[in-house]
Ligand binder design. Structure first.
Ligand SMILES: NC(=O)c1ccc[n+]([C@@H]2O[C@H](COP(=O)([O-])OP(=O)(O)OC[C@H]3O[C@@H](n4cnc5c(N)ncnc54)[C@H](OP(=O)(O)O)[C@@H]3O)[C@@H](O)[C@H]2O)c1
Length: 350
């Protein structure tokens, strides 16, 4: 039996849609019929620059999968054919998301069942970017800020203020919701004002318009909103060094800044001023994130069901499924996508 897949034959090669065999699930694995796969900046960067030495070619990219369990490998428990699942995939030929059927090794730190009221495309917007916000904000020191490593519903930072730089990004939208979940009273975000109503619906209390206020003017704009010291910040913009500087300048002495940058800078005066910076590779399949990943995946479906964590707004790639992905990644990386997650349904590939 064969399927359609978007294959990278070799490093930096163009994407090509081709027929490849549907893999068989081995022990501990499930075969998933992929009904939605969200696009991420890293898909573009891996194709264009071959940044991960452990990727072997040919390979299939696509990290955020939602679909139906099609077949169970030997020894798999807790899943049945037809279950709706979502998870972060892996960049290999049999495990990537940009194909019609993919294999997933079952682990309790990185897969969940999709709540009934959430669509496949919505579910696919969550795994990687939720983890990118959640791990450095919630997990215990020294990995993260330690705001709530066990998802204890009693944790509350009531009366405190937080800042999300880049609230319009997929990651930033989850950072806003996480700050709300752990009870911050004031949640300021720096994003395009065209997304104000939406970001407020996620929990932002104030939106500073990024098209009007420069990064260097951000500390003053934050001070104009709240006299509270900003002890907790999430930085979702990592390509602009001035975004880091702005965040650091807003951060109270003794405060902590979580960032989407896996290797953030450490300013010279960080230790003397007690300011801590946390950045991680947002995989719950690798140490030191596995224990936190178990707590995250245990709680995430329930938080989605209760609408405490809402998926990103999605834009489906139509009409030709996987064949639309290369152009969509270009559009994405040239700044042509704002406040939505691009999602492909590989089954629509002709
Ligand atoms: N550490 C990890 O393992 C990991 C994992 C996943 C992602 N990441 C990184 O996290 C970052 C965010 O990823 P993402 O997928 O969430 O991004 P995204 O959704 O693709 O980001 C697009 C958004 O960026 C916003 N934006 C662009 N420039 C901005 C600026 N100067 N100020 C404020 N907002 C700005 C735009 O906002 P407007 O709508 O306002 O135009 C746009 O909506 C990326 O750099 C990504 O590489 C890291």
């Amino acid at each position: 039996m064969s399927q359609k897949a978007l294959v990278l034959e070799s490093a930096k090669a163009p994407f090509v849609v081709k027929s490849i065999p549907i893999p068989k699930p081995g022990p501990g694995q499930i075969l998933v019929k992929v009904l939605a796969c969200a696009l991420n900046p890293v898909d573009f960067v891996v194709q264009a620059r071959d940044i991960f030495p452990n990727v072997t070619y040919p390979t299939v990219l696509g990290l955020d999968v939602a679909g139906d369990v099609e077949e169970l490998g030997e020894g798999v428990e807790g899943y049945a054919k037809g279950d709706r699942v979502f998870f972060a995939a892996v960049y290999t030929l049999n495990n990537g998301g940009f194909q019609q059927y993919t294999l997933k090794t079952i682990a309790d730190s990185d897969i969940g069942k999709i709540p009934p009221q959430i669509s496949y495309s919505e579910a696919s917007s969550i795994p990687l970017t939720f983890a990118t916000a959640a791990i450095p904000l919630l997990s215990a020191n020294p990995v993260g800020c330690g705001l709530n490593p066990t998802f204890d519903p009693k944790v509350s930072f009531n009366g405190e203020a937080a800042l999300v730089i880049g609230g319009g990004t997929s990651v930033g939208q989850f950072a806003i919701q996480i700050f709300k979940y752990v009870g911050f009273s004031t949640i300021i975000t720096y994003a395009s004002s065209k997304h104000s109503d939406y970001l407020k619906s996620l929990g932002a209390t104030h939106v500073i318009d990024r098209t009007d206020v420069s990064f260097s003017a951000l500390p003053e704009a934050v001070k104009a909103i709240t006299p509270l010291p900003i002890k907790n910040i999430y930085l979702a913009i990592i390509v602009a060094p001035e975004a880091f500087d702005a965040g650091y300048a807003c951060l109270a002495h003794g405060g902590q800044m979580a960032t989407a940058n896996p290797t953030p800078p450490k300013p010279d005066d960080a230790e003397a001023t007690g300011r801590k910076i946390y950045g991680v590779f947002a995989s719950t399949q690798i140490e030191p994130n596995i224990e936190f990943g178990k707590a995250m995946w245990k709680n995430l479906p329930k938080l989605m069901e209760e609408r405490i964590i809402k998926p990103n707004r999605v834009e489906m790639l139509i009409p030709n499924g996987l064949a639309e992905v290369p152009d969509a990644l270009q559009r994405f990386m040239s700044g042509g996508v704002s406040g939505v997650k691009l999602v492909v349904n590989p089954q629509e590939t002709t």
